[in-house]
Design a protein around this ligand. Sequence first.
Ligand SMILES: Cc1ncc(COP(=O)(O)O)c(C=O)c1O
Length: 349
Amino acid sequence: MFKLTNLVRPNIRGMKPYSSARDEFEGEASIFVDANENNLGSMAANQHYNRYPDPHQKELKAAIAQIKGVKPEQIFLGNGSDEAIDLLIRLVCQPGHDQILAFSPTYGMYEVSANLNDVELKLVRLDENFQLQLNKLQGQIHSEIKIIFICTPNNPSGNLINRSSIEYILQSFSGLVVIDEAYIDFSSEDSWLTQLSTYPNLVVLQTFSKAWGMAALRLGMAFASEEVISFLNKIKPPYNINEATQQIALEALQNSARLPEMVKEIKESREILVKALKHLPVVKKVYPSDANFILVEVTDANAVYAYLLNNGIVVRNRTTQPGCFNCLRISVGTKSENGKLVTCLKNYI
Ligand SMILES: Cc1ncc(COP(=O)(O)O)c(C=O)c1O
């Protein structure tokens, strides 16, 4: 049975969060001399940058809540979703004792955050189609495992993970199930966001770094029950989302008409790229993708990687990843970039 208060580390349950100057004031005022800011202005072009940003990102969360169909209280905003990954581990895992579980090959930050927090990462292999093997979970789940991370569409394989397998885990695991949907906008399936009210142990991660094209701003989202989110807010650094990011993201949310067009174009380009790659002698296999990248098995990943680099094209060499021997991960670029990549690979001998 999932019970969040049992899962949260005892030191966090009783911990008092940092109370910022702006937390301690409510109402109207004209003189702010409460936060040791520079009241004369700023060296930055925007003179308002002399003030600390809203620690609760109220306006931004209200706008995100509207487009995602959740309550603002169900949203945590992080300095990239990487911050949410780290804080979730810190929230429920006792360093040196608890563990998390993920399915390999997958996104590398689960491991980095686990290592940083002295939390052991159990990796269970995906099958040859990069799907969950539930039978391999038998005997692996014990009370020290506090989080299961599922990345769908998965990085670096690009495929969606079967819904029924995820449902099984959500129903049977009594820790947190974190579904990382960084690439969901490029996929043919719906987000797990609609299931938040069904599963109290579900956390969904999304990001502004991919489809929204705002990787430089570092803005990630975690969606969960109000209870989980209030704990994340309690332990986050007070001003983790800077003012520029909050403002620009708000503007982007209000002017997002281009988003579906861009996503459509990237998905169309992905299909054209898949077809072209399949015809190349250097390519042995193109894995199906529901993301904005494609995993491609080539004759010799190290050699092809070096060859492309020599021609000014950088891809990601994933050959050392489990199940990815001789595989390159290629992001879908502009039409012109994709064309140049294919031409270059055509000339590979
Ligand atoms: C699966 C997955 N999750 C999370 C992230 C990190 O996203 P962010 O830029 O929001 O930290 C990435 C980035 O590549 C990713 O591939």
